[in-house]
Design a protein around this ligand. Sequence first.
Ligand SMILES: Nc1ncnc2c1ncn2[C@@H]1O[C@H](COP(=O)(O)OP(=O)(O)OP(=O)(O)O)[C@@H](O)[C@H]1O
Length: 369
Amino acid sequence: MAHLELEGIVQRFGSHTVVDGVGFSVETGSIACLLGPSGCGKTTLLRCIAGFEAIAAGEIRVQGRAVSRAGWRLPPEKREIGMVFQDYALFPHLTVAANVAFGLAGVAAEQRQERAAELLTTVGLAGQGGKYPHELSGGQQQRVALARALAPQPQLLLLDEPFSNLDVGLRERLSLEVRDILKSQNITAVLVTHDQHEAFAMADEVGVMAAGIIQQWDSPYRLYHQPVNRFVADFVGQGVFMAGRVIDERHVEVELGILESRLPLECSQGCAACGQGCGVEVLLRPDDIVHDDRSELLAEVRLKAFRGAEILYTLKLASGVEVLSLVPSHHNHALGELIGIRLDVDHVVAFKTPMQSVVPIAQSIPLPR
Ligand SMILES: Nc1ncnc2c1ncn2[C@@H]1O[C@H](COP(=O)(O)OP(=O)(O)OP(=O)(O)O)[C@@H](O)[C@H]1O
């Protein structure tokens, strides 16, 4: 049985529908993430799960038991749900150990201390229980907040942008550490974030939201490689769309040549019968364009972003269209330089162009070396 189930959830503020018919389920021990741009309704949905917000329609169930329906909700304190917030929300006048033990009302003092110490060890803060929150770094404070949320052994943990106050490096490391902790304790969790790196580092499944609707509920891998619509393709990962024309179910012609797909062409919007000549926009990720000195096909370096092991190049083709290419950073080329590229597309993702028009394909005229 799924640990958490949402069915047809609608939530409104006045006439503004913020969550519009959302449904998904999360298995026990699984980590799910709601990912989307600011204002898409993800925090509101998390608050509905926690019981802080009422719902206008649908049903939320925790371990098969309804906790919210239109016109009724189980109060948050009766849901056995733990929460971790963006701002840590620690009590400044209590020690770290006392913060962690706070949720253990009704437990004998000695056991509370033991449990707090045990949780602080779990989150990598052994021996720090006597300190006050202001004596800790942001990352350490968030670990305390996690330990405090885990103290009462909640059935379900909800995390609202838990790492967004931390710097990028720490954010990624802590997401992985928290994932480890949750997995080791088989805790079911739902995370809300607008940061896809955080979502990908932590979650087993991700729901990409826009305008109150889950656009795609999938594994991080499939969201990146098989986005179901242009919104998901744009929001998740980087890439460009290039005009193309379908040749057959495994081949699409774009200005760079003919793309051959190992898997049958996946055209969105139910375009199963993508036929010859059908106009499409093909998603090209930076890893689909490979730098190859031996290639006849040249592109001009317009921008470069050094990323340590790799450089993300923005390359201009002869037609003026720009594409992205992720290249090992020892291939360090200057702006304006012409470099050889070739396509290495494993799986072609195409979106039907409006009106099913047959688009003209620019010829891939080789740039002069
Ligand atoms: N209490 C409220 N009263 C009225 N409108 C609200 C309330 N809370 C949120 N909203 C509106 O609901 C919409 C969704 O807000 P929500 O906070 O759920 O989005 P979000 O995706 O979590 O965004 P962010 O990443 O910026 O937190 C926004 O348009 C917001 O202005």
